[in-house]
Ligand binder design. Structure first.
Ligand code: ADP
Ligand code: MG
Length: 324
């Protein structure tokens, strides 16, 4: 979907922000650019919507070189949410979210309808918030509006530069979860920038870990945590390997291979809070804690595919501790 081919960005003062970077972002995936401050994340991202032009190399969007596309038209296909250049302070929430649809010439009723549905989607009651100004919102609400604005014209590609930065940890986690849920419905191709390894592991289908404008490892969160490619990656994970493994290992890895599947359970009979093969160890611990049972059925979609005991989960956790 988005292809970086030997992309380099040097600034006139000699700084090489991005160095010979090659990378494919697949359709429908969330690719996280992870790295410390100054590692080239924002520069990499801004080259996609031509807010920054590469010094050399090519970037293709759907097979077409982006330099052959009009930057304004390009930016309308690419949603953009960032932490700092926030909302337009003199515009209401409705006007802020409707900016791109308006530029695209949508009719007023169509824009109004879209804005309302987006606000509802990001968890803000339209009637309460439509006419407010950004200064009348909390930080978390502003970030929600930023996300809604990026999605407004339903662009196939969305760029998000530390969109949940500058939030307290609780609001941040809540927004991450809501965004993950939203994303599973809308299935966009997303480039997501963060310096936070935990956020990267939660949000990313794959993570590109950058240092000094170069990719140190490009892999799934699980691969990065379990098989760091080099000393830099190991150092970046630092003391967090155990905690991260609790987020990347899933119940699937703990089940006996030869269990029999049940028939599909009718939707009304599925327990709301159930253990799924896709649950991480952290989620599984939580489910065991609230259920107070020592053994629970494990579901894959609507089929029960086995059982997991509390002890098996504890053994799985002990295994990680031994490896660490
Ligand atoms: P990140 O988003 O990972 O924090 P950036 O992509 O913003 O990093 O910056 C990468 C490097 O490029 C940094 O060393 C930064 O100082 C440098 N840089 C960014 N913009 C400019 C500029 N306009 N002129 C010179 N150097 C720049
Ligand atoms: Mg940045």
């Amino acid at each position: 979907m988005i292809s970086f081919q030997n992309v380099t960005k040097s600034y006139p003062d000699g700084t090489r922000a991005v160095s010979d970077l090659s990378l494919e972002v697949r359709e429908g995936e969330t690719l996280v650019l992870l790295g410390t401050s100054g590692s080239g994340k924002t520069t990499t991202m801004k080259m996609v919507n031509r807010l920054i032009e590469p010094t050399s190399g090519r970037i293709l969007l759907d097979g077409r070189d982006i330099t052959s596309q009009d930057p304004i038209a390009l930016r309308r296909q690419v949603g953009y949410a960032i932490q700092h250049i926030g909302l337009f302070p003199h515009m209401t929430v409705a006007e802020n979210v409707g900016v791109v649809p308006k530029l695209l010439g949508w009719s007023a009723p169509k824009i109004a309808e879209r804005v309302e549905s987006l606000l509802a989607m990001v968890g803000l009651e339209p009637q309460t918030y439509l006419e407010r100004y950004p200064s009348q919102l909390s930080g978390g609400q502003r970030q929600r509006i930023g996300v809604a604005r990026a999605l407004a014209a339903d662009p196939p590609v969305v760029l998000m530069d530390e969109p949940f930065g500058a939030l307290d940890p609780i609001t941040r986690e809540q927004l991450q979860n809501e965004f993950l849920e939203l994303e599973s419905e809308i299935r966009k191709t997303i480039i997501f920038v963060t310096h936070d390894i935990f956020e990267a592991v939660r949000m990313g289908d794959r993570i590109a870990l950058l240092d000094a404008g170069e990719i140190q490892q490009l892999a799934t969160p699980k691969e990065i945590v379990e098989n760091p490619a080099n000393q830099f990656v190991t150092d970046f994970l630092g003391q967090h390997t155990f905690q991260l493994a609790l987020l990347t290992r899933t119940v699937a890895g703990l089940l006996d291979a030869d269990t029999e599947q049940s028939a599909e359970v009718p939707p009304g009979q599925l327990p709301d809070r159930r253990l799924s093969v896709r649950n991480t160890f952290i989620e599984a611990m939580d489910i065991f804690k609230t259920s107070r049972r020592s053994e629970l059925p494990v579901y894959h979609r609507r089929r029960c595919i086995g059982t997991l005991s509390r002890q098996q989960l504890l053994d799985g956790i002990t295994t990680i501790l031994r490896e660490a």
